[in-house]
Design a binder for this molecule. Structure first.
Ligand code: DGY
Length: 328
């Protein structure tokens, strides 16, 4: 690689210590706004950098990549999901794409558990009732939710986050079921006491709580379609911290409104930052603003992971977290 430090363009404001560490190593231009970089600025950036350090708000599609200059060789994503990047198109142009998996898995799993507890136990409704002055003292029949212990949890995608969820779920007395593209190895399956379902349909018709933990890819778009949502029993709950489009959000909102599901805990939405109006109104739905990895620790670790990928690449090695298009 060249003697000159690589030209890295950051598309978004990152934690100060991450920006500092990147600037110590590379020739960094930071877009110092806490909003996604506008498309014209992105188009300009891909023409003049070696590395585009981006986030999930950026749309890095084929049209943008056709504008890329010959210098652009690495798209280093700050985050695990790469559904906003056309990885195939990047690969066809010889551009490597990396992400930051693992480092956010534990915090994301905590948020899944928070939602698994919050929805059946009506946590947000309780807080609102108290704040609105509707708490008139303990009552044997008021604010009753449903017990979590003993329920069957169906995890879709038993990767890093899914496994971290399974470990926590065991401690809460849930039995763990999972559906995955490939069955995981027996050693991990035994450790998690997890039951594998080759058929997602069959798993859905038997579980009480579903946690969506697979990445969004063309194959998982609307994986939870209306037909599949209808396989769930009417008191089942759905938790999603992965990507909104894995669920047919309109179908989910209709079914919640029609009381054909017990409730949902959602950290992600189809048209973020817009949120489906029906879901917004539903009392048995807990909605969060895409914050499952939002801890200081995770965000710094994500920055460090991104830096490691860029540094390995700059030193002429294969970055550890490169995305293999065929694996998507
Ligand atoms: C990711 O990493 O893709 C999350 O959605 C944001 O941290």
């Amino acid at each position: 690689m060249s003697e000159q430090p690589l030209k890295v363009i950051l598309t978004r404001k990152l934690p100060a210590e991450v920006e500092q560490r990147l600037s110590d190593l590379f020739d960094v231009t930071a877009y110092n706004d806490d909003k996604p970089m506008p498309q014209p600025a992105l188009a300009e950036a891909v023409q003049r950098c070696d590395v585009l350090a981006c986030t999930l708000g950026d749309r890095i599609d084929e049209d943008l990549l056709t504008l890329a200059g010959p210098r652009l060789k690495l798209i280093a994503n700050f985050g695990a999901g790469v559904d906003h990047i056309d990885v195939q198109a990047a690969s066809a142009r010889g551009i490597t794409v990396t992400n930051t998996p693992s480092v956010l898995a534990e915090d994301a799993a905590d948020m899944v558990m928070a939602l698994i507890m919050a929805v059946p136990r009506r946590l947000v409704e309780g807080v609102e009732a108290l704040r609105d002055g509707r708490f008139t003292g303990w009552s044997p029949t008021w604010m009753l939710g449903h017990r979590v212990r003993g329920k069957k949890l169906g995890i879709i995608g038993l990767g890093r986050v899914g496994q971290a969820v399974a470990r926590r779920a065991r401690a809460f007395g849930l039995s763990v079921h999972y559906h995955n593209r490939n069955r995981i190895n027996t050693h991990i399956e035994n450790e998690l006491e997890a039951t594998y379902w080759d058929s997602l349909d069959q798993m859905l018709s038997r579980v009480d709580i579903v946690s969506v933990n697979c990445p969004q890819t063309p194959a998982t778009y609307h994986l939870l379609s209306r037909r599949r949502l209808e396989l769930l029993h009417k008191d089942a709950y759905i938790v999603n911290i992965s990507r909104g489009d894995i669920i047919d959000e309109e179908a989910l909102a209709d079914m919640i409104a029609e009381k054909r599901l017990g409730g949902a805990g959602l950290d992600v939405f189809s048209k973020e930052p817009a949120v489906n109006a029906q879901l917004m109104k539903a009392p048995n739905v807990v909605l969060l603003p895409h914050m499952a990895s939002a801890t200081v620790e995770s965000r710094i670790d994500m920055g460090d992971r991104m830096l490691i990928n860029i540094k390995m690449f700059a030193d002429g090695h294969k970055p550890p977290d490169r995305i293999i298009p065929e694996m998507l």
